[in-house]
Design a protein around this ligand. Structure first.
Ligand SMILES: Cc1cc2nc3c(=O)[nH]c(=O)nc-3n(C[C@H](O)[C@H](O)[C@H](O)COP(=O)(O)OP(=O)(O)OC[C@H]3O[C@@H](n4cnc5c(N)ncnc54)[C@H](O)[C@@H]3O)c2cc1C
Length: 260
């Protein structure tokens, strides 16, 4: 998205049409709205959609212009999610929601969501953008980055080497993904340690061997972990800042926000 574009591109109210438990803690919600048809402006894999979570049954108040809300609007709980898949016909998107502990408004709402429930949306916005000169790709992140990593894996050029590292608690949290030639996915387990509080992902990233030539790396995780990933990519693996990005996707309670 150009920085001159006004956010949100679109906003409206979508309806839950399916729910599927991918793992005990990962829930796929399929949402539909007329906006999600063929002219929904998705341009890159893993684009961001901002969803409004309010207790089921309460009125959904959308921004009227830019990101301004009508006066007197009730408290708004907007959270960012990833468009895991977009099907222009029949105007659907999939959103994979991690049901984390402690729960916040988003995963509390999602856990209780039923077919027919309504959720406000705003977006989409680009997060990952392929670098035209990159001959290989490294992807790394925790469960919240998994939907984007899965979407990116589906769209890299055929035969391009891709190394993905995904941190989950253990084997029951692994979501099977179809890999193509040249793609490799390694699961990194934190084995009962709290999410966002270990260095297992940064340590796994430190151990990979980068291919020759120009490549690109993208990652997302808890804010402080994302900072560690950036340091490994740029300072230890020697990747230029322009081609090595890792974003804070959530903030562990009590931590400073270090998202980039
Ligand atoms: C661009 C972008 C894309 C994202 N895409 C996805 C996605 O596709 N799927 C997805 O599940 N998440 C995604 N996230 C992360 C999601 O927005 C956050 O996890 C968000 O905090 C969840 O909101 P909540 O209301 O459930 O919890 P909050 O009210 O924000 O937080 C409540 C408590 O939960 C803790 N918490 C928040 N997230 C986690 C977590 N992952 N693990 C453990 N504890 C946590 C917080 O530290 C806090 O203590 C994305 C974030 C960004 C910025």
């Amino acid at each position: 998205m150009s920085s001159l574009e006004r956010f949100p591109l679109r906003s409206g109210v979508s309806t839950v049409v399916r729910r599927e438990q991918l793992t005990p803690r990962m829930l796929r919600l399929t949402l539909t709205a007329p906006d999600f048809g063929p002219d929904w402006p998705i341009r890159q894999p893993g684009e961001i959609i901002t969803l409004l979570f309010i207790p089921q049954g309460e009125p959904i108040v959308l921004p009227v212009v830019g990101w301004r809300f009508p006066g007197g609007a009730p408290t708004q709980e907007w959270r960012n999610y990833t468009v895991r898949a977009h099907r222009p016909v029949p105007a659907e998107i999939d959103v994979d929601v991690l049901l984390h502990e402690p729960r916040g408004p988003a995963c509390t709402w999602a856990a209780a969501a039923q077919v027919g429930d309504e959720v406000g949306y705003a977006g989409p916005r680009i997060d990952f953008a392929p670098e035209p000169d990159a001959g290989w790709t490294v992807l790394c992140g925790d469960e919240t980055a998994l939907p984007a990593i899965a979407a990116i894996l589906e769209t890299t050029p055929d035969g391009q080497p891709v190394q993905a590292l995904v941190e989950v608690d253990g084997p029951t949290d692994e979501v099977p993904l179809a890999l193509r030639d040249g793609q490799r996915l390694d699961w990194v387990h934190r084995s009962g340690e709290p999410a966002g509080a270990t260095d297992v992902l940064a340590a796994a990233l430190r151990r990979i061997e980068l291919p020759e030539g120009v490549g690109q790396a993208w990652g997302a995780a808890e804010s402080k972990i994302a900072r560690d990933l950036r340091e490994v990519l740029r300072d230890e693996l020697g990747m230029p800042k322009s081609h090595a990005r890792a974003r804070g996707y959530w903030l562990r309670s009590g931590e400073w926000d270090l998202s980039e």
